[in-house]
Design a protein around this ligand. Structure first.
Ligand code: DAU
Length: 342
């Protein structure tokens, strides 16, 4: 197996590379990553000295790069993690979301068709379903995305579906829940709050913090993608979720406990996502479980372990939070609400 992992220097993509290497010691792993603000070669530090691993910088929407790489590496499988993934950034500026998450998927699908790739796994999100008040989304639920980010992911999903229908491209879609664990860029709820709380800084909770998310550990998510790569049926969609539903406030409570801080550092701010802020995500992963996959991580233990990872790995995140891109995002997005405590 010679696998092209796009977005492999990102959070879930890098976990996938490790999971793939453990399961397939002989697989050729080729990472294509644009190294945008969220991509980080240090996420792939475990691959130093691995002769069957290669890294290439580049965007998935660049046809010359994608097709050149597939040809010269004789790629047989593609797993696509490359995406712009932060809702809040998509509300500030959507262009890059459409370019990567829609045009990029188109480029990969065309390449899959032309080079007769054996399987293309498109890694997507439960957010394409929108918000659900009660019950669970299944793979049959309609797509009702509410932010430019989730709409761009839904656009990619629909292209995948159409390429399967029109050209029988052997493509499969996974839709994962809110993912946590080491190496997550500190803009998403858990690492953003953990790193700020470790530094004794205020954290911004949107509205009353009663929104509900379903959490899954990055390694369980990556194992789910691997299961789909190995056993998923072309043309099918598989949800990857772990039934750990928590209100944002409950997550914050754990983060405060684990960092030894108190609620006086938590500031409720007006919801920047306004009507686009989904109240609740919840999905059934029964279809993937039927293939044999099971999540292995215990949420309460692993979220605490994740905070301890951030406490120990300041060498990983401090350069990020000091970077100009990060500082200007946080200033522009949270400055008006958090005032001087940035
Ligand atoms: O469900 C899967 C999705 O989960 C992925 O597709 C996305 O890429 C990923 O970003 C995540 O989307 P969310 O918007 O749910 O993640 P985020 O960590 O940004 O926010 C989680 C919840 O926490 C959400 O209700 C908004 C809230 N929040 C977030 C931030 C960053 C806050 O209250 N304050 C914050 O500063």
């Amino acid at each position: 197996m010679r696998v092209l992992v796009t977005g492999g220097a990102g959070f879930i993509g890098s976990h996938f590379c490790r999971v793939l290497r453990r399961a397939h010691p002989d697989a050729r792993i080729v990472v294509l990553d644009a190294l945008t603000y969220a991509g980080n070669l240090r996420n792939l530090e475990d691959f130093e000295g691995d002769g069957n691993f290669a890294f290439h910088p580049g965007k998935i929407q660049d046809r010359t790069v994608v097709e050149g790489l597939i040809r010269c590496e004789s790629i047989t499988h593609i797993v696509d993690f490359a995406a712009e993934s932060h809702n809040d950034r998509s509300i500030q500026n959507s262009a890059e979301f459409i370019e990567t998450n829609v045009l990029g998927v188109y480029t990969l699908l065309e390449a899959t068709r032309r080079f007769r790739i054996e399987k293309y796994v498109h890694v997507s999100t439960d957010e394409v379903y929108g918000s659900i008040e009660a019950g669970d989304f299944t793979e049959e639920s309609p797509l009702e995305p509410n932010t430019p980010y989730s709409a761009s992911k839904a656009g990619g999903d629909l292209l995948v579906r159409a390429y399967w229908k029109a050209f029988a491209v052997p493509a499969v879609i996974t839709r994962g829940g809110n993912t946590y664990g080491p190496y997550q860029y500190p803009e998403k709820l858990i690492p953003f709050f953990a790193t700020r709380l470790l530094n004794g800084k205020k954290v911004p909770i949107y509205g009353d913090g009663t929104q509900v998310r379903e959490w899954i550990h990055a390694e369980d998510h990556a194992n789910g993608v691997l299961e789909v790569l190995e056993k998923g049926q072309a043309g099918e969609v598989y949800n990857i979720g772990d039934e750990n539903e928590r209100q944002n406030r409950q997550i914050v409570e754990i983060l405060l406990e684990e960092t030894g801080r108190t609620w006086d550092l938590v500031k409720s701010i007006p919801d920047p996502r306004r009507n686009a802020h989904d109240r609740r995500y919840s999905m059934s992963a029964a279809k993937l479980r039927n293939l044999g996959w099971r999540p292995e991580k215990t949420f309460e233990e692993e979220i605490r372990r994740t905070v301890r990872w951030y406490a120990e790995r300041r060498d990983w995140w401090e350069p990020i939070v000091r970077s100009e891109d990060y500082q200007s995002f946080v200033r522009a997005y949270y400055g008006p609400s958090l005032g001087e405590d940035l």
